[in-house]
Write a protein that binds this ligand. Sequence first.
Ligand code: NAD
Length: 517
Amino acid sequence: MELFEPYQVEPYSDFSQKSVQDAYKEALESVRGQLGQDYPLIIGGEHVATTHGWLESVNPCHKEQLVGRSAKAKRKEVERAMDAAWTAYESWSKLPMSARARALVKLAAVLRRRKFELSAWETFEASKSYPEAEADVAEAIDFCEYYARQALKLTGPLETYDYPGEENTSFLIPIGVGVVIPPWNFLLAILVGTAVGPVVVGNTVIVKPSPDTPIIAQKFMECVAEAGFPPGVINLVTGADADIGDLLVDHPRTRFINFTGSLETGLRVHERAAKLQPGQKWLKKVYVELGGKDALIVDETADLDMAADAAVASAFGFQGQKCSALSRLIVVDEVYDALLEKVVERAKKLSFGPAEKNNHVGAVINQKAVDKIIGYIENGKTEAKLVLGGGRGDDAGFFIEPTIFAEVPQSASIACEEIFGPVLSVMRARDFDHALELANATVYGLTGGVISNDRSRLERARREFHVGNLYLNRKITGALVGVQPFGGFNLSGSNAKAGGPDYLRLFMEMKTVAERY
Ligand code: NAD
């Protein structure tokens, strides 16, 4: 008998049903009653108070509303977390794989039981609409379920040839303590996936969430405790980037770094981690999953309604703050005007306002993001033609209207740089060849898509569109764990392929034993 049932992607709720909406609103009200609390660090299973002040997490839709405060760590707490994680490693790494896999499945069950509650926290902390928040929690559950099953495949000896007179065995072992550094945009899913992947194969971790979203990390730690993980296997250290970012990356006892975030920070992490520190005994393994400048090509054979739906969903879902979000819509000349009209028409209909009301487009994460995005919009006005939006919403939150620029030239900053907001550049291509050339003219290579009814072009895109995740005749966001392993090419990162069959192997090393008899 198998230990677990076959893996299945966590289903989504149908938010068109009133009863489902009501259940979500109930969760929002329950969470609203818990806002504004203080949370300590969690190290070695203990709640650790600090004297360095607090990270304040606010609701992006209502800047004045405090979601909660999480203690700030400094060097002393980082050292304590290192000690706790290495102590836990002693026993956790020696457990059978099945015991650790079972812990992940228990964790998935706890997350599932608390699905709407956790989603509601995301609505408050990151301005996610109901379906966007639920999809993030579902993805976190999927990571636990999928990695639990994948881990069981890594237990036996690896396939090698026999040699006369000797017993030769090669097998995989865990590597040690890692630092997990997720971004704020998939605030639970990426945090959970990048932590439990290494953990299930025997490593222990220190999780350092984004200072913008520490409270969901605290809620995750409640689930970790409820699922019965031994103390010190997963530690939570919240703090300012300036205080603990470099410290965790540089630390001589950090064995690996599992980072997801921007190109700029990722390059810094990559470079610093390469430097040997006094007392360090290994080469750090470093995975950096970074940004994108994702393009969707639409040609003259495409179903333009389907293309417009795909473009609007990919560009404006979660305010365009997905690494996979569409930011360059590249349209073949013949259908450019017709498609642009349909895209603008649909984008105009998107509701815009607070996430608690389940608007399609809510607030962006913080003031820094507002300033950056507005800066690009101002650039865009000089580089291309503004056809929709460009303004701010209610000043109570970090709102930016869904914005579309047309006739965007390849040289424009809004055609080249990651904006990470609700801003879409629509570019005109002479023909499909030119469209493909424009799509590949980027330093990134994360997601991309083609909407076409021409079989030979779809096949060509498979070969020549250089992105880690290519989508044909559908939206370009929403990769599913175990179904569409996720990770990009070029400066989009190390291509770790989260939710893929090779992921766990990245956090193990192979030992080979040869015995002559
Ligand atoms: P960011 O680079 O600002 O921060 C990412 C993480 O790094 C955060 O936890 C942050 O606190 C931490 N950090 C900041 N300075 C640090 C330092 N000096 N040392 C160590 N850690 C440090 O990115 P963000 O704004 O949180 O996330 C958005 C970015 O993430 C976008 O570029 C997006 O495309 C990318 N992203 C990529 C993927 C992917 O799978 N490729 C997925 C989601 C997001």
